[in-house]
Design a protein around this ligand. Sequence first.
Ligand SMILES: Nc1ncnc2c1ncn2[C@@H]1O[C@H](COP(=O)(O)OP(=O)(O)OP(=O)(O)O)[C@@H](O)[C@H]1O
Ligand SMILES: [Mg+2]
Length: 332
Amino acid sequence: MTLDPAQPSLIAVKGLSKQFDLSPPWWARLLTGAQRRVLKAVDDVTFDIPRGKTLGLVGESGCGKSTVARCVTNLMVPTSGRVDFNFGGAVEPSTALSPEGRRKVQMIFQDPYSSLNPRWPISKTIAEPLKVFGLKTSRAEIRDEVRLLLETVGLHADDAHKYPHQFSGGQRQRICIARALACRSEFLVLDEPTSALDVSVQAQILNVMLELQARLHLTFLFISHDLSVIFQMSDYVGVMYLGRLVEIGPTAEVFRRPRHPYTQLLLQTVPRTNLVGQIRAPLSGEVPSPIKPPGGCSFHPRCPHVMDVCRSVAPKQTQSGAELVACHLAAG
Ligand SMILES: Nc1ncnc2c1ncn2[C@@H]1O[C@H](COP(=O)(O)OP(=O)(O)OP(=O)(O)O)[C@@H](O)[C@H]1O
Ligand SMILES: [Mg+2]
């Protein structure tokens, strides 16, 4: 199922899996009899994102969101599965992206300070992709473009000569966005881009991104553990649990009527103004180890609706309304 059959997908991810081999070396296994230890960080994840739209990925810490982001942006090689981009011409697999394609896929990280070179004035940071990709050549053109990009993200053009330590966290994240825009990117992966910022600055950055998306028709994969941010930013939402995508569909639909018991529990943890003063039930139970996930449906030890079949058979994704849900209950 594609999320919007009427819209072409900019990115299609099929059966993406990433395993980390944490086994001791073979000689140590031989001497001690230790077993192989393989961690399934991402397990058979499939989704697509229509051009100009945002897919939000949510799930508890360690469920594999950043690993999906790294595989999608080629920072990590998946164990299996594929990622295809369609920028309007031929479909390009992520493993063989043209230089043009590589330029169009950019990532914004949680900590803007560590993703900026502290020894470079920000004019150099933003000018670099313009030079590397040959988008602007003369010094005057580059200087003008840097000033324009700074203004686009709400900074002063005269700030260009300053260094990263002379900016606040929110301003640094704006610089990272300006650098991504300098690449004329079309697809941005935003991995917790505002988690390190205070709430008012967070709102400003989210608004900048929404405004840029509408103006430049950008496509986003937006990762956050904050469901209210996901609700604000995303057209579609994917819910991950222990490396698997358990539910995916239009955000309004998923928030109005979550079908997977994990999504239902996750949504109960969102603060609501009409529940002020009431105690909200925390999501109970520990997340099991991804090295030894429970058999059957990996959510079954925490599921309030667990049935016998859940303990032995992993549920397949089935369509339920406009959504895909991996749950025996949804399968009926
Ligand atoms: N390079 C690595 N080597 C070994 N294990 C890894 C590596 N990167 C991630 N993992 C493991 O893979 C699993 C998924 O990690 P990932 O960073 O994708 O989670 P996440 O959903 O982004 O979590 P968070 O919300 O805390 O950022 C975790 O169990 C993590 O320990
Ligand atoms: Mg992460």
